[in-house]
Design a protein around this ligand. Sequence first.
Ligand code: NAI
Ligand code: MG
Length: 423
Amino acid sequence: MTAYERCRVLLRFADLIEQHNDEIAALESWDGGKPLEQSAGAEVPMAARCMRYYAGWADKIHGMVVPADGPHHVQVLREPIGVAGQIIPWNFPLLMFAWKVGPALACGNAVVLKTAEQTPLSALYVASLLHEAGLPEGVLNVVPGFGPTAGAALCSHMGVDKLAFTGSTGTGKIILELAARSNLKPVTLELGGKSPFIVMDDADVDQAVELAHRAIFFNQGQCCCAGSRTFVHESVYDEFVEKSKARAQRRVVGDPFKKGVEQGPQIDGQQFKKILGYVKSGVDSGATLVTGGDRLGSRGFYVQPTVFADVEDEMKIAKEEIFGPIQSILKFRDVGEVVRRANATQYGLAAGVFTGSLDTANAVARALRVGTVWVNCYDVFDAAIPFGGYKMSGVGREKGPYSLGNYLQTKAVVAPLRDPAWL
Ligand code: NAI
Ligand code: MG
């Protein structure tokens, strides 16, 4: 296909996603249990936006001519990498599909995408829309299947030229190993996090309480960039804890198809058990359980919005990714201290900084070893903003122009440049 044809297919695909917004959102909530209002109002529109963003790139990818030493004409070509293997998780199935498939197709590749065990429906549905948009048979292949079988087969396959994965850090390591043992295919990874949300003494406390709440509880707490360590300055700490407790108790948990519901059930029984295990660990290690701490009701995998105060850095709940609606509030005294503590983790995905001082915001943003810093906001996403992790939160970047390099090969073509006889 020409680049312009690829652009038009992706634009038509984005239109079709918008036209089928309600069906796709319903599938997403049915499969994963997230509130319908969030699927319909955020995830599906953002996926369409991402496709349109990469449609815009399709015909703007090109190489260059390099002035090398000596009499040679040197072209640098940007070519599709080939077959991209993509493995996505269950927390944002459609959005992860968009982040991965958009740039891969814009660059002219073929894709084999494996959905998560728990959530195959939205990808299968939109794959049929992509076909309707004019993508030829066989260019996008959606394979629902289990990780250790279907996923591992994709990672080991000699015919796959590139892997992109979003999921746990443990599985990311396995994927890198499988790639190394087979054909050394390059791998990009978006992995776990333990992101700090830092509230300075000069922050707007009410705004910080609300955004800290959303930063951890959004999507049932199942976000790689969840603000899962709420660091609060000692001068506003007690007020912050009281207000966070009240906010968590106001959180509306229930049937994801009901209007006004903020939080649905966790994805499955395994995650549900893992989360309640962390609550017990928090209590056992001496953190103060401020509210919540148990399952909600007796049916379904609903977890009470839970807040812990007096959390210490070495507690398991402050170190490991819980992936549930559990807020951990930690106290700090000065800026240098909180930056050191925020960075003292194997992860480095994101951070939030709440302050009235531009100087503090700028200095702290530069000192944090994370891929995204949100200042006086959190979870602001846009197709044009790069996303990815430092340290064990990932390898490489997605979104924006940064994704394109993941799906392109670079070829140098060198030919002699001779003086013509007539010169
Ligand atoms: P996971 O990382 O094992 O699963 C994510 C994807 O990887 C799924 O499509 C799965 O089928 C695939 N996969 C699993 N094992 C594989 C293998 N050996 N080879 C190839 N592909 C494989 O995550 P899981 O088990 O669903 O959740 C465990 C924890 O991971 C969660 O509690 C959470 O802490 C974290 N997680 C982080 C996510 C993120 O967005 N960074 C998303 C999902 C989970
Ligand atoms: Mg797993």
